[in-house]
Design a protein around this ligand. Structure first.
Ligand SMILES: [Zn+2]
Length: 257
């Protein structure tokens, strides 16, 4: 199984990274895509991907858009030329927390979409509380993009339909295992075709709340992707093996792994 989004450069993994990857492999999660969220984190993710024979994205999260400057796109271009850097992102819009001013988020979202189109790499997208602007911007670039995944999808059914209309891939996290706020996904996940569905942990965040006992300190890790796989399988009325099989094929094709 492929975990398409894991923040392995987060300091919460600094002490036991090899153990985390070994436990993931033991659980059948043999490939991970390490998310790049800033220029520095993307550099670290690319180095880690080389070191651990995994994969990475290169991009700047909307929270960090305010730190972008004239050198950002050049640096991302250079990182993206590495064999194990397989997508641009994560990039997008986050109007939930507004850690960067909205016009700044929009500017660097577009710049990264243009970069992904130019390099013909797929793009790894983040959207929170910004659906309308996000769709308006993405629609202008969609035809030029090789592929696009809306990662950690948590929105409404209508939002999901809009994304599927734009022919996006959809990443489902442990949000679907959350009995407090994710139950709508148990229905909506059925709308996503096998060839558009991927799964991810977004670790160390969002540990799957179906897990018993819960992980120490609440830290999520790629080995726990099996809980996402199982919940998605139950919701779609198929076996976990089927979900593992189709999401692996879809992710391998999407990222050209
Ligand atoms: Zn995200």
């Amino acid at each position: 199984v492929i975990d398409i989004g894991v923040n392995l450069t987060n300091k919460r993994f600094a002490k036991d990274l090899d153990g985390v990857l070994a436990r993931a492999a033991e659980a059948g999660v043999d490939r991970v895509v390490i998310t790049g969220t800033s220029v520095g984190a993307s550099r670290a993710a690319a180095a880690m991907a080389d070191d651990k024979a995994q994969y990475a994205t290169a991009g700047v999260h909307p929270h960090d858009a305010k730190s972008c400057d004239g050198a950002t796109i050049d640096t991302l271009t250079e990182l993206a030329s590495r064999a194990r850097v397989v997508a641009i992102g994560e990039c997008g819009l986050d109007f939930d927390r507004d850690f960067s001013p909205r016009p700044v988020q929009e500017r660097w979202f577009e710049a990264q979409l243009e970069l992904a189109a130019k390099l013909q790499l797929p793009v790894f997208l983040h959207e929170r509380a910004a659906h309308e602007r996000f769709v308006a911007i993405l629609r202008q670039h969609r035809d030029a993009l090789k592929g696009a995944v809306i990662h950690c999808y948590t929105g409404t059914r209508d939002e999901l339909k809009a994304y599927l209309d734009l022919d996006l891939h959809v990443g489902i996290t442990g949000w679907i295992c959350d009995e407090r706020r994710g139950t709508h996904l148990l229905e909506d996940v059925k709308l996503i075709g096998d060839d558009r569905l991927m799964i991810e942990t977004d670790a160390p965040y969002l540990f799957p709340r179906t897990m018993r006992p819960r992980p120490k300190g609440g830290r999520n890790e790629p080995a726990f992707l099996t809980y996402v796989r199982d919940t998605v399988a139950e919701a779609r009325g198929v076996t976990p093996e089927h979900v593992a099989d189709v999401t692996t094929k879809t992710a391998a094709a999407f990222f050209s792994l």
